[in-house]
Design a protein around this ligand. Structure first.
Ligand code: SF4
Length: 471
């Protein structure tokens, strides 16, 4: 019986098995940002530690930076302190920082891939839950806590439990107007937000094979929302073509050799898995969350589920969701009035996301009661989008075109909901208060669906809009 990718990557990076049952795993690439790194550097100083391989750590700034101005110092003193700290820490520990002056700044999970830092069969760690994004390249990528950031800085290793591997086969062909975001929301809806606990998800099947790297990143990004420790797609020619020529990818002289190594690390055809799940891609309709976790999702054609439809252990969370969201069981999700539309984040702030949303934005104007923001995932995405004129399309439709950053995904910067505003959002979490207001409400959906909600003023099915315009 053959091996899956996780088994192979794990074996290649194991330093030793620990008495605890965990593995001491070598980490090939360490990504840091301004929010979860300051305490780690402080611990390094207090313990007199030096970085072991500083060239394997790459820093950027994304969570706290304003998206409406480049001006320093930032108006928010705490944000300015975090920015100054990462600048100082990177200087002191010899770490490369992609700040705004670099031209390559952006959300950590957007710039790693676009710079070619993220490569197949790597182990990658970052002090951020959505590090699973990098699994799109066939990397084994984990979100880690602050003390583990210190561990990786000091030893380039993590003590970590090897996950089980579940293969999720998404077969068939997606309908027009159905995107990677709908696929991953459907997977989480089907398997539950705790369905992946203790697992790595290997995404496979015809739908994944057809997807671009950016679409695969959207899928892997939300693995953590399904409870999985990480998620990945075995590398193939789509992966190799994406990476060719990127700044930190292997050079032309060594590329073919690298591809042979990467191909060898992909899951074998007869690989064993702990379990397998089949999802019918052709049956997926655009998905929208109605509750307070990403598993509380329905298709845009459905009605908010009734309390009786939940298992006993899900009732409490469902009741909490009805109360918090103010949505009535039995009412359709389509037609739900929104106040804010947010297109961006490490899930859906890449060029292809902006292109799909712009196709919809072209079809109308943002309703007067809606505040609509487009926040590119990186400076590189912003440049490419502006070159294609996407910024003009969004501005003409009434969207604000902002500077790159995490923005309203987590609202650690000035982009926040206020009061009980409802936000149609292309981000990845709809937890209570996630977007900056303790009572703000988030409806997750694809970027095209967010654009449709912005121009309709309510949750709307993007498919008839696209069909009517032949978009
Ligand atoms: S966009 Fe959101 S989920 Fe992604 S890194 Fe930033 S805050 Fe985290």
């Amino acid at each position: 019986m053959g091996k899956n990718l996780l088994d192979k990557v794990w074996a290649a990076h194991t330093v030793r098995e620990l008495p605890s049952g965990q593995t001491q795993l070598f980490i090939g690439l360490h990504l840091i940002h301004e929010v979860t790194s300051p305490q780690a550097f402080q611990m390094m100083r207090e313990q007199g530690l030096k970085g072991l391989f500083p060239e394997r750590t790459i820093a950027t700034v994304d969570h706290i930076i304003p998206t409406d101005t480049r001006q320093r110092p930032f108006a928010d003193g705490q944000a300015e302190a975090m920015m100054s700290a990462i600048e100082r820490n990177c200087r002191e520990f010899g770490i490369r920082l992609f700040d705004r002056d670099s031209g390559d700044q952006g959300i950590v999970h957007v710039i790693g891939p676009e710079l070619g830092l993220t490569q197949p069969a790597m182990t990658i760690a970052c002090g951020d839950s959505h590090t699973s994004t990098h699994g799109a390249f066939g990397a084994v990528a984990f979100g880690i806590g602050t003390s583990q950031v210190r561990d990786v800085l000091a030893t380039q290793c993590l003590a970590i439990q090897k996950p089980r591997v579940r293969r999720i086969n998404v077969e068939g062909k997606l309908q027009p107007g159905v995107y990677a975001k709908d696929v991953i929301l459907q997977i989480i809806r089907t398997l539950g937000v705790k369905g992946g606990v203790g697992c790595a998800y290997e995404y496979a099947g015809e739908v994944l094979r057809r997807m671009s790297m950016e679409e695969r990143m959207t899928i892997c990004n939300m693995s953590i929302e399904g409870g999985a420790r990480c998620g990945y797609v075995a590398p193939d020619t789509t992966t190799f073509d994406y990476l060719r020529g990127r700044r930190f990818a292997p050079t032309a002289e060594t590329y073919d050799e690298a591809v042979r190594w990467w191909q060898g690390m992909a899951s074998d055809a007869d690989a064993a898995y702990d379990d397998e799940v089949l999802i019918d891609g052709g049956a997926i309709a655009p998905v929208v969350t109605w509750g307070i976790n990403p598993g509380q999702a329905i298709s845009v054609e459905e009605r908010i589920p009734s309390p009786e439809s939940f298992a006993a252990d899900e009732r409490e969370t469902a009741d909490d969701a009805y109360t918090y969201m103010g949505l009535q069981p039995g009412s359709p999700i389509a037609g739900t009035r929104i106040d804010v539309a947010f297109i961006g984040s490490c899930t859906n702030g890449r060029l292809s996301d902006l292109r799909e949303a712009a196709k919809v934005a072209k079809l109308g104007k943002v309703k007067p009661h809606v505040k609509a923001l487009v926040v590119p995932g990186s400076q590189s995405v912003a440049r490419a989008a502006e070159k294609e004129g996407l910024d003009d399309i969004f501005r003409s439709a009434g969207f604000e075109w902002r500077l790159p950053g995490c923005s309203m995904c987590l609202a650690m910067n000035p982009d926040k909901l206020s009061g009980r505003q409802v936000c149609a959002s292309s981000s990845n979490r709809n937890f209570k208060g996630r977007q900056g207001s303790p009572s703000g409400r988030t409806l997750l959906m694809s970027p095209a669906m967010v654009a449709a909600a912005a121009i309709e003023g309510v949750v709307a099915d993007v498919r008839p809009l696209l069909r009517a315009e032949g978009a």
